[in-house]
Design a protein. Structure first.
Ligand code: SAM
Length: 319
């Protein structure tokens, strides 16, 4: 079971504090999808969003796909996704009676392997946002996706990891570059480097696959089934705080409070596992805050920060 499926995982917090891909990302994705169509026309008929969670990356697909199925292993994620449907469709100006989106519980592996749900060669787009690093068997995942996709259909996976604070405003102590470096060191200590903190509580190999920009996943792409392989990654840094040459990779939250930064950290599955194992629910709110504030001179109430994520995507086309 992944951590996200555990009953104690706060799926509404997840929905609120996780970053969303920018419209420029979906534009690049839709252009790629369009290129695979015989008439080069959008919308396409059908997409499946694997590991959809609360639907963060599922809804934007409705802008260029007629019918979208969101699928996730976690019943609590799917419950939250379903509870948000009326509100989200209203925000997008889509009539709920058009039934253009459904969310179902299911694993990426069993869904693509079963012919009960979706016919072979019937899907235009399969997406996996921020979840492919959890999948169990990449060879069978790619083969099953190839089976479901139409010729010319797209398989797209995309992800983000380890936000870096690249700027701040408000009280502080010291030289800006040093402060940013110290803040990142505190982050790395709590997220990975201290064996008594969250580091040992990540599910592996998933976290390491993600940290390595999904290279392991890319290495399994079957070249006899897929073509037009497009891989793009961006590594955030304080000296290069924007992915401005490839705006679709610009995943950021600007001018947010330290509380919001901490709330994002609290959505980490590694933190959830740490809490379960140790009973220490206040690690982030107490120890992390203290070290961060001591290292930077920031003020929990007044300091605002700009966060930029390392990110990347892979698009491939069914031959
Ligand atoms: C980090 S969340 C990403 C959710 C959403 N796609 C997004 O971009 O915010 C990862 C999701 O993948 C789901 N997941 C993990 N392994 C899965 C699998 N094998 N099949 C289906 N869903 C899976 C988890 O339950 C979780 O909801």
């Amino acid at each position: 079971m992944t951590t996200f499926s555990k009953s104690g995982f706060k799926t509404l917090n997840y929905n609120s504090f996780r970053p969303h891909y920018p419209p420029s990302f979906y534009k690049v994705l839709s252009q790629y999808v369009q290129k695979g169509q015989q008439q080069h026309e959008l919308p396409v008929a059908k997409a499946i969003d694997l590991g959809c969670g609360t639907g963060v990356a599922t809804y934007p697909l409705l802008n260029f796909v007629r019918y979208v199925i969101g699928l996730d292993l976690s019943p609590s994620m799917i419950n939250t996704a379903n509870s948000l449907v009326p509100q989200r469709l209203k925000e997008m100006g889509i009539d709920p009676s058009d039934s253009r989106i459904t969310f179902q519980v299911g694993s990426a592996e069993s869904f693509v392997n079963s012919s009960d749900n979706v016919e072979a060669s019937s899907v235009d787009l399969i997406t996996a946002a921020q979840c492919i690093h959890w999948f169990q068997d990449y060879d069978s995942f790619f083969q099953s996706s190839a089976k479901l996709l139409k010729s010319g259909g797209t398989l797209a996976y995309f992800y983000y990891i380890d936000p870096m604070i690249v700027n701040f405003s408000g009280p502080s102590q010291g030289i800006k570059e040093d402060i940013l470096e110290k803040a990142y060191e505190v982050y790395l200590k709590f997220a990975y480097n201290d064996p008594n903190l969250i580091g040992p509580h990540w599910e592996q190999p998933g976290r390491n696959i993600l940290k390595n920009f999904c290279e392991e996943v890319n290495s399994h792409i079957p070249r006899d089934e897929f073509t037009d392989i497009t891989i793009n990654t961006y590594k955030a840094s304080a000296t290069n705080p924007s992915a401005d040459t490839a705006q679709e990779l610009d995943l950021k939250k600007l001018n947010i409070s330290l509380q919001e930064y901490l709330a994002y950290f609290e959505t980490y599955s590694g933190f959830h596992n740490y809490k379960e194992k140790t009973g220490n629910v206040d690690l982030i709110k107490a120890d992390f805050v203290k070290e961060l504030v001591d290292a930077t001179g920031w003020d929990l109430e007044k300091t605002k920060v700009d966060l930029v994520w390392n990110t990347g995507y892979t698009f491939i086309r069914k031959k």
